[in-house]
Design a protein around this ligand. Structure first.
Ligand SMILES: *[C@@H]1O[C@H](CO)[C@@H](O)[C@H](O)[C@H]1NC(C)=O
Ligand SMILES: *[C@@H]1O[C@H](CO)[C@@H](O)[C@H](O)[C@H]1NC(C)=O
Ligand SMILES: *[C@@H]1O[C@H](CO)[C@@H](O)[C@H](O)[C@H]1NC(C)=O
Ligand SMILES: *[C@@H]1O[C@H](CO)[C@@H](O)[C@H](O)[C@H]1NC(C)=O
Length: 370
């Protein structure tokens, strides 16, 4: 009765008046109990495990996870293999994130003691039977780590029911590891567009003639000049990438396969960090717009054909004012690269430090990662 009367309009003053009194009484009782409780608590000696018994306001809820105090013991994370065999130096994660550092190791004699094990998909997919047999402590969490697209991730079915957490470029991963992101500037800043002398650039190493992107390029180049760099094409060293690409009006940020959220360094490093306008081929425009402002890129799907895209690019390159509009967002946003293995494993450290271990299994990884 009383609860029902609270949200009702003032057209029923008689029903809301007794309710008001009850509520006032409850409020004073509550404040009194709270003050009593707070004063009594001052006489208790705080213990380290106290955070377990704090009322729920102390627990910042993010789904089923809870923030841990910063004084937590240092977690050990076992990196099962160097990703693609590539050795790197671990970073001090507390310098990258606002959480304590982790102890990283690749020494498998830690496998029964580590708090978490990171397994890089492309280094373990062939060996899942023996992984499934490995004993593991009940509290240990296995993290499935993958930055490749499903098209380039073999044997995903064998990953079902094996891992506790996912870490990938997918936004809905437990640990989101993007290839790049736009950082908000604290105040707007002018951006100067690098001088443009050339039309369209593309850097490609994995050239498959039957792929969607190569077919699209073959069509596009009939209508507009495209300079292709990379293996079997114009030579380009990594040090020269930005300097070279920045001279072009447009950059073809064509992904090797089309999958949800699969937007790679082709966009972030090659195109955006070089100060050029990306022409993207990948997931649909709506998906890109989760990462980028709509007016920061050109999507091939915006055009009925490669010919029409070419015509648009030609027009745009002659219309300075319109071309400059593709850079307006840069006054308040800055592209930053999320890449680097040391950075990615620190994301796992950060996640584990912030969240309480709870039972969690990734049951249908192969149905999810498509
Ligand atoms: C790791 O750090 C050491 C010492 O600073 C340095 O000599 C080495 O080149 C680094 N290794 C890599 C792969 O960056
Ligand atoms: C990591 O960085 C933090 C903060 O700068 C520092 O206190 C700590 O000693 C560093 N740890 C290592 C192992 O370098
Ligand atoms: C791995 O750790 C074990 C136990 O701490 C140690 O005996 C061994 O030498 C380590 N192996 C390497 C390659 O560092
Ligand atoms: C992690 O996943 C494995 C395999 O599904 C499961 O047996 C284990 O209990 C899980 N551990 C945690 C801490 O969730």
């Amino acid at each position: 009765m009383c609860l029902n009367a609270v949200p009702s309009p003032p057209a029923h003053p008689h029903t809301s008046l007794p309710c008001y009194k009850v509520l006032t009484f409850l409020l004073f009782s509550f404040i009194f109990s709270f003050c009593l409780f707070a004063s009594l608590r001052q006489f208790r000696t705080p213990k380290p495990e106290d955070y377990n018994s704090y009322p729920s306001t102390e627990r910042s809820q993010a789904g089923s996870t809870r923030m841990l105090p910063k004084s937590e013991r240092r977690l050990t994370i076992l990196l099962w293999t160097w990703p693609f065999g590539h050795r790197f130096n671990f970073s001090n994660c507390s310098e990258l994130f606002d959480t304590p550092n982790c102890h990283f190791t690749t020494n498998r004699s830690w496998s029964q003691k580590a708090d978490a094990v990171i397994m890089h998909h492309r280094d373990v997919y062939w060996d899942t039977n023996s992984l499934a047999q490995l004993p593991r402590p009940p509290s240990q969490r296995w993290i499935w780590f993958n930055m490749e697209s499903p098209s380039h991730s073999p044997n995903l079915g064998a990953m079902d029911h094996l891992f506790n957490l996912t870490m990938s470029y997918r936004r809905d991963s437990d640990i989101f590891a993007p290839y790049g992101e736009l950082q908000l500037l604290s105040q707007p800043q002018p951006f100067s567009i690098p001088p443009k002398t050339k039309m369209v650039a593309w850097v490609v190493s994995n050239w498959r003639p039957s792929s969607h992107r190569v077919k699209y390029y073959e069509e596009l180049k009939k209508h507009i000049p495209v300079d292709v760099y990379g293996r079997h094409h114009l030579p380009l060293s990594m040090d020269m990438l930005h300097q070279t690409v920045s001279q072009y009006n447009f950059y073809l940020a064509f992904e090797n396969s089309q999958h949800k959220d699969y937007i790679t360094e082709k966009l972030w490093r090659n195109a955006l960090s070089s100060g050029t306008v990306p022409v993207v081929l990948g997931p649909p425009r709506e998906n890109y717009e989760h990462f980028l402002p709509p007016d920061s890129f050109i999507h091939v799907d915006d055009f009925a054909s490669a010919g029409e895209l070419a015509q648009y690019l030609q027009e745009l390159s002659r219309d300075t004012e319109r071309y400059q509009r593709y850079f307006q967002w840069r006054r308040w946003l800055k592209p930053v690269l999320g890449i680097g293995w040391a950075m990615q494993v620190c994301r796992a450290c950060h996640f584990l430090q912030r969240t309480e271990a709870s039972y969690h299994v990734v049951p249908d990884l192969s149905k999810w990662f498509v």
